[in-house]
Design a protein around this ligand. Structure first.
Ligand SMILES: [Fe+2]
Ligand SMILES: [Fe+2]
Length: 245
């Protein structure tokens, strides 16, 4: 197992680990994003089993003990399994997450108390980097779900949204909606709910320039259109599920 390092937007690096045993023969990637700044942030702490590989990879960008913020989409092992390992190696690091995630899981599970983020709250990382937290409950899954938007580069760290199987380049301009729809059919990983389309269209209104996918290549292109297309697909799924008798 190794982590490939790629810069997907100015000052934002992707640490990508491919696992061949998931969804063979395509395989599956787990991506972790580093936002550089005076207070570097890691989005996705990663599985505990990946921690040695990720720590070594982060060391190519910053001394791991300088990590200041740890955030992620929701409480699951691939998103935050290794958060306490990071807290142990980085003495100034804090976990940052939304109110629900902190109340339901992190106030107990994190070895140091997390910083609670309100919907829309910004963390200033220094050097012009600011990340905004956006609540997206149950989307694509998890009551505590949320995303981060890095304002300087226009990068939406969108977690499990647009999940796709297989490997690929760090950054693509090719379609990511079709592969996401196919992967939804394969895994059924999303919690279909009536608020999906509305919440995802709210992300489109941010008009990001890059989408940083946890499972798949990052996308540079018309991100608002991709988000609206994904929202339409989820709306159709919700309608179809309600029409089944
Ligand atoms: Fe997840
Ligand atoms: Fe994930």
């Amino acid at each position: 197992m190794n982590a490939r390092i790629g810069e997907i937007a100015d000052g934002i690096f992707r640490l990508s680990v491919r696992v061949d045993a998931i969804a063979p023969p395509a395989g599956f990637t787990f991506n972790h994003f580093v936002v550089l700044g005076d207070e570097p942030l890691l989005f996705h702490a990663g599985l505990r089993g990946m921690f040695p590989v990720l720590r070594e990879a982060l060391g190519h960008l910053i001394p791991p003990e300088k990590l200041r913020w740890i955030s992620f989409g929701h409480y699951e092992a691939d998103e935050c399994g290794a958060m306490n390992e990071w807290l142990a190696v980085a003495p100034r690091a804090e976990v940052a997450h939304g109110q629900t995630g902190c109340m339901v899981s992190l106030n107990d599970m994190a070895d140091r108390l997390p910083r609670v983020l309100q919907d829309g709250e910004v963390i200033d990382l220094g050097k012009g980097r600011r990340v905004r937290y956006v609540d997206t409950p149950h989307i694509p899954h998890g009551w505590d779900a949320g995303v981060l938007y890095e304002e300087a580069s226009g990068t939406l760290l969108c977690g499990d949204l647009f999940t796709q199987v297989g490997d690929g380049p760090a950054l693509t301009g090719s379609d990511i909606v079709g592969p996401a729809i196919a992967t939804e059919d394969y895994f059924r990983f999303s919690s279909l709910n009536p608020g999906m389309g509305r919440t995802i269209r709210r992300l489109a209104e941010i008009s990001p320039r890059t989408l940083a996918l946890m499972h798949g290549p990052s996308f540079a292109g018309d991100c608002a259109a991709a988000l609206r297309d994904l929202a339409d697909d989820y709306d159709a799924r919700v309608r179809a599920s309600l029409s089944v008798t």
